[in-house]
Design a protein around this ligand. Sequence first.
Ligand SMILES: CC(C)(COP(=O)(O)OP(=O)(O)OC[C@H]1O[C@@H](n2cnc3c(N)ncnc32)[C@H](O)[C@@H]1OP(=O)(O)O)[C@@H](O)C(=O)NCCC(=O)NCCS
Length: 215
Amino acid sequence: MKVSPPAPPLSDGTVTLRPLTPGDVPEVTLACRDPEIVRWTTQIPEDYTEEHARVWIESTSAGWAKGNAEFAITETQTSALAGAIGLFARESWVAEIGYWMAAPFRNRGLATRALALVSDWGDSLGFVRLQLMMLPGNEASARIATKAGFNEEGLLRAYVKQRGSIKDVVMWSRVKQQCREEAVVWASVRQCHPAEGKASRGITKTLPSVFAAFT
Ligand SMILES: CC(C)(COP(=O)(O)OP(=O)(O)OC[C@H]1O[C@@H](n2cnc3c(N)ncnc32)[C@H](O)[C@@H]1OP(=O)(O)O)[C@@H](O)C(=O)NCCC(=O)NCCS
């Protein structure tokens, strides 16, 4: 699934999200040298160098065509790079979100704002399920997920690799309520009238396309 940078950029007046550019290499390098970012993320290498930042930022431009939308989180007033957030299409109806904030910008509500902006944008793109995966114990991330309307679903055992080590991960999601309700109705129609369920596949054509995910 191809995605394009939203125009105008996603913003709530306090944070603005924009695509990453080669000019972000120094700030990204500095931010990703923070052991807290290394500790709580799975992909960011230890001993982060400018070369890591340059290669990653370059990959983000090609990512849009593959459904990977990665943004710099900037402070609207100063344009300073405060962090990064990405939305990654996993299925036509599922997208995963990941983020980090540079240490000096934490605990000011900026990540919560960025997560809300990207989640609402993901909804507008037609994703039914948005998901977040957190290493157990990441209380700050759990807090912002809760504030952005996500619910904790449970622990997935031995589910991710963090720099060579297999780790458990906590899955969180935000699912479009309307789609959930429609799915429940459709499931009960099929349960009560199995023949109808088979014979009336055409019904799904009259429902929103995202509904097809549940049939
Ligand atoms: C998780 C992270 C993105 C949060 O960014 P942030 O800009 O500080 O987030 P916000 O300011 O919007 O909200 C942080 C919330 O967590 C709370 N918090 C921070 N540290 C906490 C801790 N150790 N225990 C419990 N709550 C904590 C804050 O009090 C705040 O909640 P409040 O608004 O109710 O007071 C940031 O800490 C980070 O980059 N961590 C390292 C990388 C990471 O964990 N990425 C996510 C991987 S899933």
